[in-house]
Design a protein around this ligand. Sequence first.
Ligand code: NAP
Ligand code: GCO
Length: 269
Amino acid sequence: MTYLENKFSLEGKLAWVTGATYGIGYAIALCYAKAGAKIAFNSRHRDGVEKALEEYRKDGVENVRGYVCDVTDESQVLATRDMIEKDFGQTVDILVNNAGIIKRIPMTDMSADDFRQVVDIDLVAAFIVSKAVIPAMIRKGGGKIINICSMMSELGRETVSAYAAAKGGLKMLTRNICSEYGKYNIQCNGIGPGYIATPQTAPLREKQPDGSRHPFDSFIVAKTPAERWGETKDLEGPALFLASEASDFVNGHILYVDGGILAYIGKQP
Ligand code: NAP
Ligand code: GCO
């Protein structure tokens, strides 16, 4: 292998990407497979897992297994971790805490249950799954944990109070795992995607009844120096960097992949 291939190779590594049946998680898992990793992924619905397995195989990924697991349920997570280790004959080297939801509701209209559900999936689950894999990473001499944060790890906006609270917390959980486990050669970093075209953001890009662009679509394009929405492929390189030995001395960092949004005041209307 060339110097570069070595630096970014995931040959022999086992990556668990949560919520990777489609969207950002799928793109990251596919990229890791192309870099040589074995792939474990999960989501809540068997039909979604089966459909994703077909897609992975159509995309040329052979060493991949899918699991039905709700990441907020610690007993399901521990059972899935054990199944992954048994099925692949090795422990998890790379964990991507990707599974996430959003509920866009004005805070004063939002129920506490709705708020808790978002925080449970977007924050508490990252704690649960990380806690499940860290002991084996310590025994193994190291590992990589990548938490999928957000613009809302830094910024707020109307209707996303639960999501912003969760993603802000995820930024600090990332830094805390770095602080507590860095001595075991575990690197825990975050990726903060900008606005990416996936099912999660589809409502923000829907054409208006008159065929015009959604106002939020135009707003985001004006707020992004790249003057476009991100695509899941824009996250592949950053995700591979943080999963590979190329980032062995990068820890507790949130890598924003946002086309420049956080640096920009926005285009003059
Ligand atoms: P998405 O298209 O809605 O996909 C979410 C994935 O998570 C699906 O596979 C979903 O599968 C899974 N999931 C949700 N809840 C789960 C649970 N409790 N247990 C297991 N799996 C669960 O979302 P996305 O746009 O790809 O986003 C992925 C991550 O990136 C999320 O954390 C999101 O907050 C973050 N993010 C997205 C953007 C963006 O612009 N799209 C930007 C920044 C950050 P099931 O529903 O079948 O379980
Ligand atoms: C929203 C969007 C954002 C993106 C992403 C931005 O409603 O504002 O869904 O939250 O999903 O998190 O980084």
